[in-house]
Write a protein that binds this ligand. Structure first.
Ligand code: TEU
Length: 578
């Protein structure tokens, strides 16, 4: 099929805005829609095609907006609905689409639906959420009396007792995020109506939060099963019963029919799916099944820890290559990959996968950018990634804001962990690393706010900021911009076949992309030592450099963190196995 006939999002690059930390326009220390409107030039200059906006809906902000109390408005903290309309128009005027975050596995406990549901066991909305009595034979409120033993993503049990009725409600995330009961068709149709309302306002799709958790494995008698015991915790793993549950495909297909039918080809539909496998992803993203366009999978962000993110270990490059290789191969003929290093839930990529020491920060950030944009799939750039932002040098618990980090600290210390060690792990893995304000310039609050920022600005902003990056043709920003343009210009970048080379090599990440006789060879030195490229991939030496991250030098070697995109004269090279 000619390149132009493939979906537009195969050629697109998405940029994620986490509004709270992007740009403040009113001096309250929290980013807002007015701030995004001021910074559209930055996005247009980068050349991105889509903005994914993390939640701006009314919310008590227990999880920074992923706890929604009204799906059809904007929180005054972020601005007004009129400003959101303005943002859609301003982005569209630049040829940029806007995708909203759809958080419908759960609402806030302050959402009127839940307030009504909680008000009485006879409430017409009681069944909109997962209410269950205590475990048989146990008194409500005693430890272990929860209806199942599941462990919450944010520590502790997934069940919260409501004293008034003596029943528990399910919350896979924080207690202020009760899970909606998708078994109830009224819930589903209320969600679909809300989604249609946003599409009618002109938004261009949805990033669907933990969408593979909406179907729970409920027995005909209404019970939910216990999960296998988790090591070292008084809880079990409930994921087999809420991840990719029995009715998930039915729900997504119904959503597609009810909401997207008529104009799905204009939209971008991406499902966030922790724990999804390549086999499942093929089903979710097979166009013939009409579910979603692509999914966010989590394998590559789970290779540097043991069991839970709070038990980090060094990353082995061959594991990362094996994982990406599997995803590239798994969705080669059916479905589509989304590609990311960073988002608002992950530590900063340059600190995690690269080397943020002064010597290698720029080179490793540009090397990682090359890998991101050159795989087959739709790349997602997270705010700040394009200017080389790194993890924050947290030194004290008081500096953290994230509910996941704070809950973990409480639970870990309660279970006997050394607070200093817990802090060291938070410093490395906390989601707050991604949530410090975007560094626009070298001024005291980095140009983010005139007030006091809700979370501290990284002190390295005096050197690492958008203003400096935009003025420097060799910067991380300039490199991302070239990579975005390359995808727009070369069909092989968007659509070419992917072949992994040197799968066992821990320092050189190499692969080819081929389309209609055009073959690119991508070679990246993911280490701090010089690599003998001529010895590893002789054909690379004569390749024409399409794009590189270091100024020209000896084509036979790769300097530390050097990345090159080469055009090969003929078909696939030797030296590796697919
Ligand atoms: O995240 C879902 C998810 O499983 C994670 O990435 C989660 O943050 C993980 O447990 C981290 O260790 C989504 C959102 O992206 C996240 O910000 C929300 O907190 C979460 O859902 C609940 O809505």
């Amino acid at each position: 099929m000619p390149a132009a006939d493939h979906p537009w999002w195969t050629r697109a690059v998405v940029y994620q805005v986490y509004p709270r930390s992007f740009q403040d326009s009113d001096g309250d220390g929290v980013g807002d829609l007015g701030g995004i409107l001021q910074r559209i030039d930055h996005l247009a200059d980068l050349g991105v095609d889509v903005v994914w906006l993390s939640p701006v809906y009314p919310s008590p902000q227990a999880d920074n907006g992923y706890d929604i109390s009204d799906y059809q408005d904007v929180d005054p903290l972020f601005g007004t609905l009129a400003q959101l309309d303005q943002l859609v128009a301003a982005l569209h005027a630049r040829g940029i689409r806007l995708v909203l975050d759809l958080v419908v596995n759960h609402t806030s406990d302050e959402h009127p639906w839940f307030v009504e549901s909680r008000s009485s066991t006879d409430s017409p909305k009681r069944d909109w959420y997962w209410w269950r009595p205590p475990r048989a034979g146990m008194a409500a409120g005693t430890p272990g009396a929860e209806p199942t033993n599941w462990h919450s993503h944010f520590s502790g049990p997934t069940w919260q007792l409501d004293e008034a009725s003596g029943e528990y409600y399910l919350h896979l995330f924080a207690a202020k995020q009760p899970d909606l009961n998708w078994e109830n068709p009224e819930v589903r149709h209320a969600v679909y109506a809300m989604m249609r309302w946003w599409l009618d306002r002109g938004v261009d799709g949805f990033r669907m939060d933990v969408i593979n958790m909406i179907s729970k494995a409920v027995a005909p008698d209404g019970s939910l099963p216990d999960g296998p015991q988790l090591p070292g915790l008084p809880y079990g793993d409930g994921t087999p019963f809420f991840s990719n549950g029995p009715r998930i495909h039915e729900y997504l297909q119904e959503m597609h029919r009810e909401v997207f039918a008529g104009h799905p080809e204009q939209l971008l539909l991406v499902g966030e799916m922790p724990g999804v496998t390549t086999e499942q992803a093929r089903l979710y993203t097979d166009p013939a099944r009409a579910e979603v366009d692509m999914v966010f999978q989590f394998e590559h962000v789970q290779l540097d820890f043991e069991g839970s993110k709070w038990h980090p270990r060094p990353l082995r490059m061959r594991d990362l290559k094996a994982s990406f290789g599997r995803w590239q191969a798994g969705l080669a003929d059916v479905g589509w990959n989304s590609l990311y290093w960073d988002n608002h839930d992950q530590p900063r990529a340059v600190s995690r996968f690269g080397d943020d020491s002064p010597r290698f920060r720029r080179d490793s950030a540009t090397c990682l950018a090359t890998l991101l944009h050159l795989h087959r799939g739709t790349p997602y750039v997270y705010q700040g990634e394009e200017i080389g932002m790194a993890n924050h040098p947290f030194t004290a618990l008081e500096q953290f804001r994230d509910v996941e980090s704070l809950n973990h600290h409480v639970q870990a210390v309660a279970h006997g962990a050394d607070p200093a060690e817990v802090l060291a792990v938070l410093r490395r893995m906390s989601r707050d690393n991604a949530r410090t304000p975007v560094q626009w310039d070298a001024s005291p609050n980095a140009g983010f706010t005139t007030g006091t920022p809700w979370i501290a600005v990284n002190p390295d902003h005096t050197e690492w900021n958008a203003q400096a990056q935009r003025a420097d043709p060799t910067s991380v920003f300039a490199h991302h911009r070239r990579l975005v343009a390359l995808r727009h210009d070369l069909p092989v970048v968007a659509l070419g076949d992917f072949t992994m080379l040197l799968p066992e090599h821990d320092e050189v990440y190499a692969f080819t992309r081929s389309l209609d006789g055009d073959t690119l060879l991508v070679v990246c030195n993911v280490s701090g030592s010089v690599q003998d490229l001529a010895g590893l991939l002789p054909e690379a030496v004569d390749g024409e450099v399409v794009l590189g991250n270091l100024p020209g030098d000896d084509p036979a070697v790769l300097r530390p963190w050097e990345a090159r995109v080469l055009r090969l004269p003929s078909a696939a090279p030797s030296g590796g196995s697919p």
